[in-house]
Design a protein around this ligand. Structure first.
Ligand SMILES: Cc1cc2nc3c(=O)[nH]c(=O)nc-3n(C[C@H](O)[C@H](O)[C@H](O)COP(=O)(O)OP(=O)(O)OC[C@H]3O[C@@H](n4cnc5c(N)ncnc54)[C@H](O)[C@@H]3O)c2cc1C
Length: 411
């Protein structure tokens, strides 16, 4: 049975030192939202959620609550934590289309946002509300980033993202779709055209490869390609997924929903990196986890693995003398993503760390004056709420920079 949110709200102890807030990466004032909810003041509760996190509806659906707010709830020590995500989902859903989003009158300053994922959306929201003219550029046809082209629809309905896009448009934020900056247009062109500050929220979209024979085969795919457009892939009945993180779980569940009969996820060791929740769902839907399998080659017939045997206590007993064939119609590689380098290659002075992630100072400014960055492009693969939290801070620094109220880094 679904959680009854009114009862849940009454279970909140309204702690003086709320551990749930400490566990929330964006420090949403959870006890206050619950107090307003109990009073029936949905408007103020919704506004508080939106002001704290413009993607609060998304986060209520996809955050790892078990590790964050709910994982810290004091109720959870002896009992079950308050199911705040359900309360947040209800209030945010109700509020998203109804709310009057106040925006200050235009201040005459213009900012460009490269990448319309959570980080870009958060920056655009904060700046538009402060009276800045904002233009988002994205390589894809619609706003959302990984929320639209990675997280499967059954976890995050696309209508939620469409509603957010509508609200952004109402705030005056402009969107130029299917435009890759670093292609025909470069950051230099945006500067030339008078954008005073530029935000880079391009995320991490280059699949990490295994670096072995067989990766370019017709029946081998990368997770992000598959998740971005699952209908374009004929995976067959038996699918091997290399990797056991959250992305791998999404691939497995998506494959099972698109006709695969048997999906096995291969873990190198006995460890699974996905959250307990994602692992549980994948298993419930029929995915199997196979431990101790290190991939060594991909062939037309199947991936080949070196197999490690363990005893009951988990100690290694030995490895297979020969690679073992694990028959599969197709193999999906899901071992995480790194950044693409288009912007670094086309923007003089834009420096990246060795792993290709953008370098920023404490304000979120990159090594190019006026160019800021946050989200996965800076941290590497992380989460929606972490991208939004960092982007909100960066947006404030961008505003100071454009208004000339910025304090020099290190001053
Ligand atoms: C399969 C999968 C499932 C996930 N599930 C969850 C989850 O359940 N919960 C959670 O919290 N997090 C999840 N995450 C992580 C989360 O989605 C990311 O941390 C978050 O989306 C990062 O936001 P971002 O704005 O930094 O980048 P992105 O969401 O990656 O957005 C970047 C945007 O920039 C655009 N772009 C890139 N380069 C350019 C360019 N040169 N010019 C113009 N546009 C460009 C891209 O098209 C994209 O729209 C998941 C990630 C994956 C891969």
């Amino acid at each position: 049975m679904a959680v009854h949110i009114v009862e849940e709200a009454h279970r909140c102890l309204g702690c003086k030192r709320p551990r749930c807030v400490e566990g929330c990466p964006i420090s949403t004032n959870i006890p206050e939202v619950i107090r307003l909810f109990k009073q029936g003041d949905m408007e103020t509760a919704g506004k508080m959620l939106f002001d704290s996190n413009p993607l609060s509806l998304v986060c209520s659906l996809v955050c790892c609550h078990e590790k964050q707010c709910e994982g810290h709830c004091v109720r959870g020590i002896k009992d079950v934590p308050v199911h705040f995500s359900s309360i947040e989902s209800f209030v945010s859903d109700l509020y998203l289309d109804r709310m009057a989003i106040e925006c200050r009158p235009s201040n005459g300053h213009r900012a460009a946002v490269i990448g319309g994922g959570p980080a870009g959306i958060a920056v655009a929201t904060v700046l538009a509300r402060e009276g800045f003219a904002v233009m988002i550029f994205d390589s894809k046809d619609k706003l959302g980033g990984v929320m639209r082209h990675g997280i499967p629809e059954f976890r995050l309905p696309r209508t939620v993202l469409d509603r957010i896009a509508r609200r952004l448009a109402e705030m005056g934020v402009k969107f130029r779709a299917s435009t890759t900056i670093g292609g025909a247009l470069e950051i230099g062109d945006l500067m030339r055209d008078g954008y005073e500050a530029i935000f880079v929220g391009t995320g991490v979209w280059r699949p990490r490869t295994l670096g072995m024979r067989g990766e370019p085969l017709a029946n081998v795919h990368f997770a992000m390609d598959h998740l971005g457009n699952p209908d374009a892939f004929e995976l067959g009945e038996t699918v091997a997924v290399v990797g056991v993180g959250n992305t791998a779980m999404d691939v497995a569940r998506t494959a099972l929903r698109h006709g695969a009969r048997r999906v096995r996820l291969y873990a190198r060791t006995r460890e699974v990196h996905a959250s307990t929740e994602e692992l549980d769902y994948a298993r419930l839907e029929g995915a199997e986890i196979v431990y101790g399998h290190r991939i060594v080659e991909l062939t037309d017939a199947a991936p080949l693995f070196e197999v490690t045997e363990y005893d009951e206590a988990g100690a290694v007993l030995g490895t297979s003398p020969e690679p073992v064939l694990a028959p599969a119609d197709s193999t999906v590689i899901a071992i995480s993503q790194g950044p693409k380098n288009k912007l670094a290659l086309t923007t003089p002075g834009l420096e990246c760390a060795e792993d290709g992630l953008l370098m920023v100072d404490e304000r979120g400014m990159t090594t190019v004056d006026g160019v800021f960055a946050a989200g996965d492009a800076v941290t590497g693969s992380n989460t929606v709420v972490h991208a939004v939290a960092a982007a909100k801070e960066t947006a404030r620094a961008m505003a100071d920079y454009m208004l000339g109220t910025a304090v020099e880094a290190g001053a």
